[in-house]
Design a protein around this ligand. Structure first.
Ligand code: G3I
Length: 370
């Protein structure tokens, strides 16, 4: 062998160069074919946030355990804003009177800061995930309005002050409007409303503003495209603005499914809220493949359901891009189909743009094709 090599350098070198050239050609044509299948030549090195850099920040709701390993890398590539999915909620960050637990929320804020990402704070005042202690006295009796408001003030002041300058936007008030089709019923019958009446709403925004005057303050809700509920929210916000309450923006949560909302209802909601001078964000975007809450059978990610989801995502992002001057952020609620808050034992919802292996789905390639 040694003799052959030393005696016949020219033909061997020629054959090697020829073979290498063929391998390079084959590899590059496989690469092209892969990209064409996926995305009509879109740049696969870019992340979702990069495609939308001239439109709006793209966020994701996270738990601290999402911020390590491959998920952390995938988040850094695709998103430039974080929302803590649970750990800033009252029950978790303020588990008892005079007791705050900051560690988990701090981890998310620190990760965002070290990676140049924004943070949306979620949420200061809500009927859900709020410790029962907030509404009870030492013998378990419901507290007075004065005590409830004093506790809310302490909560908002402590939490907003801690993250002043680090959290750029707060969901101050979450889901205070009722889902009832009866337009005379406006407010949700939450402990806050039962104890304080409407007063807690304006106060919550005022206290958040006092704690961080630069923070963008949101009212955040779901079903914001359903005309009856949309109009109740609109009327509440209009009244607050007229009274000088520092509410700056509205969060359309965006827990949508493939049949709802219609394009027209989505457009109308964005236009109507914007007409009040409020900025609009989609704060909790996901699109379950199930068409209604009664759709209980685990049908799985069938080609038909996948196509409907692709069509919905295309429609929604087309509208959001067209209205980019009104939209200041779009945040997904969870990282990938590996885990969604919508999943139940034996019933997965596949609501996001990344699959269980953290890879872009077909819907992703449609959302970045424009
Ligand atoms: O942390 C406990 C864990 O210790 C325990 O082992 C486990 C057993 O079920 O429960 C864990 O807590 C769960 C928590 O999520 C963290 O995973 C709660 O049971 C569960 O109820 C909670 O659900 C959250 C839900 O809000 C509560 O209403 C979801 O993760 C969260 O995505 C969801 O987010 C809300 C937004 O804040 C407001 N808009 C609607 C949206 C979806 O419901």
């Amino acid at each position: 062998m040694k003799t052959i090599l030393s005696n016949n350098k020219t033909p061997i070198t020629f054959i090697s160069v020829f073979l290498v050239a063929i391998v390079i050609m084959l590899l590059s044509s496989f690469g092209r074919a892969g990209r064409e299948n996926n995305a009509n030549e879109v740049d696969t090195l870019k992340g979702l946030k990069d495609f939308y850099k001239d439109y709006f920040p793209i966020g994701v709701a996270v738990a601290p355990n999402n911020l390590v390993g491959e998920q952390a890398e995938m988040i850094k590539k695709n998103f430039n804003s974080l929302t803590p999915e649970n750990v800033m909620k009252p029950a978790l960050i303020h588990p008892a009177e005079n007791k705050y637990f900051w560690d988990d929320a701090d981890k998310i804020v620190e990760f965002a800061q070290s990676n140049g990402m924004k943070v949306r704070g979620h949420t200061l005042c809500w009927h859900g995930q709020t410790g029962a202690w907030m509404f009870k006295d030492s013998i378990g009796k419901q507290v007075t309005k004065e005590v409830a408001l004093a506790r809310l003030k302490d909560h908002i002041t402590q939490v907003v002050s801690r993250y002043k300058g680090k959290v750029y936007a707060w969901d101050v008030l979450n889901e205070a409007i009722v889902d009832d089709n009866d337009s005379s019923k406006v407010y949700r019958d939450s402990p806050w409303y039962k104890i304080c009446g409407e007063e807690f709403i304006a106060k919550a925004f005022q206290w958040a503003h006092e704690a961080d005057p630069k923070a963008v303050l949101f009212y955040n809700d779901y079903n914001t495209e359903v005309p009856v509920k949309r109009d109740k929210i609109y009327n509440m916000l209009k009244k607050l603005l007229k009274a000088g309450v520092p509410v700056n923006a509205i969060g359309l949560q965006g827990h949508w499914h493939t049949d709802d909302p219609s394009e027209q209802n989505l457009r109308d909601a964005i236009d109507k809220f914007s007409s009040l001078g409020l900025k609009v964000q989609v704060t909790e975007f996901d699109v379950t493949i199930y068409t209604s809450k009664t759709d209980t059978i685990n049908i799985g990610f069938t080609p038909e359901r996948e196509q409907k989801q692709i069509d919905f995502y295309k429609m929604a992002f087309k509208v959001l891009r067209e209205k980019k001057d009104l939209i200041t952020g779009v945040t997904f609620w969870n990282v990938s189909d590996r885990r969604s808050w919508l999943d139940r034992p034996n019933k997965k919802s596949y609501p996001l743009l990344f699959d269980e292996n953290l890879k872009p789905k077909k819907a992703y390639w449609e959302v970045v094709k424009f």
